[in-house]
Design a protein around this ligand. Structure first.
Ligand code: HPA
Length: 280
């Protein structure tokens, strides 16, 4: 459960620090998931700040693991990228990104563009494919909003993934020749991979991709008023759908193999947001 009193002080510190270093907030924030870190090299005039300087952000645990924000431009669009996210499987808590996302919103960010690595439940959407998230399934039925006060906690999730931003993504995909699926992302708590029986159940529920992130952040973001979009990079066929054994190394390897193309598409999409009337 979030301790809002303690978190509010950390958010105030983090917002003040971001304002002091970078001025007004960019309209667009991008959370870089596994395989997406190549997108950092697309940021022009990039300025880096470690999460260690932002007390509301998840604090870096592993030495040598990059946890930072990167602020700059992609084309005409100013952007802040978040490298490093807290996963529920690390602590058992699904509230790990609350401080970071509320900081972004209070700073003035409007859009949270989430990226992740996922297992595919669709044979036609093999490793390397990109899927726009149209909707999600919260399989663990865990909420980062448990204990929140007020009626805002009853967040409408019926249009969680912004229709205008999805239309924008599809238009950029068409213009750049990028194949882009669209479907339902199901959150599995992890850290173990799913069983084949679980994957058959998720498929029967209507899921197209499975992963261990994104859903708590979408809930937190909608609660604080950020517009959300999500892009999933398929790194493997989900359990039982291919003969290959599932390992973290395999998903990282595939993420690396297709990450550059994914990052290019992400860059084109962010750059194109500079012309979206609703973001001016
Ligand atoms: N399952 C869960 N999370 C994942 C997978 C998967 O198959 N691939 C990448 N992240």
């Amino acid at each position: 459960m979030i301790d809002n009193k303690a978190l509010d002080a950390q958010i105030a510190q983090s917002v003040a620090h971001l304002k002091q270093l970078f001025g007004a907030a960019p309209a667009v924030a991008v959370v870089l998931g596994s395989g997406w870190s190549g997108a950092v090299s697309l940021v022009q005039d990039a300025q880096h700040l470690s999460y260690a300087e932002l007390s509301a952000f998840p604090q870096p645990k592993v030495e040598g693991h990059v946890s930072e924000v990167v602020v700059g431009h992609i084309g005409a669009q100013r952007v802040v990228m978040l490298r490093g996210r807290a996963h529920t499987y690390e602590s058992g808590e699904c509230t790990g990104m609350a401080g970071a996302l509320r900081t972004l919103q209070r700073w003035g960010v409007k859009v949270l563009l989430q990226t992740n690595a996922s297992g595919s439940l669709r044979p036609a959407m093999g490793p390397g494919s990109l899927m726009l998230i149209a909707d999600h399934i919260n399989a663990p039925q865990r909420s980062p909003l448990v204990g929140e006060p007020g009626s805002e906690r009853f967040v409408d999730m019926s249009h969680a993934y912004d229709a205008e931003l999805r239309a924008h993504a599809k238009q950029i995909a068409q213009a750049t020749g990028q194949t882009l699926g669209e479907g339902v992302y199901v959150w599995a708590l992890g850290p173990q991979f799913e069983t084949p029986a679980e994957i058959r159940m998720f498929a029967a529920w209507g899921a197209d991709a499975v992963g261990m992130s994104t859903v708590p952040e979408t809930i937190l973001a909608r609660h604080c008023g950020l517009r959300v979009m999500g892009l999933a990079l398929m790194t493997n066929m989900a359990a039982g759908l291919s003969a290959e054994a599932l390992t973290h190394a395999l998903t990282l390897q595939q993420a690396q193999a297709s990450g550059d193309g994914a990052a290019q598409f992400l860059g084109a999409m962010v750059a194109g947001m500079a012309t979206l009337p609703s973001l001016q």
